[in-house]
Design a protein around this ligand. Structure first.
Ligand code: SME
Length: 157
């Protein structure tokens, strides 16, 4: 079940991913749509997997000190290693958490996958505690699958 807002956002994302000429532009558009349309999404970024590191691509929000995250570190590393979405309602109680901003209270990390291969992930922080519910998870997993289809042909090395 999606809210009207999520339906609108998903339609914008589908349009952006279909119309942009490559994965890099599609990622930038998706980050902007999510940041601008979803009020509780304070920081929105996409990391791409390069070897054993997640490398920060497009993002909106305060600059993060974590531009390269080894797979063994952070909530980001855990989501890529476990190949599943991780939702953290209170980042201050999660020992894996790597802080980006002192205001951040909750986080969701959604792997971008093609089959069982992780290409990257969508990382979103909120200044609100427990900002991410089942609707956000469903929306963002759909967005991740659209991005995976766009990125996969460019990352088949
Ligand atoms: N909080 C993430 C690090 C990335 S910043 O939030 C942008 C983590 O724990 O992996």
């Amino acid at each position: 079940m999606k809210t009207d807002l999520q339906r609108t956002v998903l339609a914008s994302v589908e349009d952006a991913v279909a119309s942009e000429r490559d994965g890099a532009h599609a990622m930038e558009r998706v980050v902007a749509i999510l940041k601008n349309e979803m009020p509780s999404y304070t920081w929105v970024g996409i990391y791409l997997l390069e070897g054993n590191e997640l490398v920060l691509g497009p993002f909106l929000g305060k600059p993060s000190p974590h531009t390269r995250i080894p797979l063994a570190r952070g909530i980001c590393g855990a989501a890529a290693t476990e190949k599943q979405t991780i939702v953290v309602d209170d980042v201050n109680t999660d020992p894996r958490y790597l802080a980006c901003s002192l205001e951040t209270r909750s986080e969701i990390v959604v792997p971008i996958m093609t089959g069982s291969r992780v290409l990257g992930e969508i990382d979103i922080d909120s200044d609100r505690p427990a900002a991410f519910g089942a609707d956000d998870k469903t929306l963002l997993e759909t967005v991740a699958s659209l991005l995976a289809a766009k990125l996969e042909p460019e990352r088949t090395q």
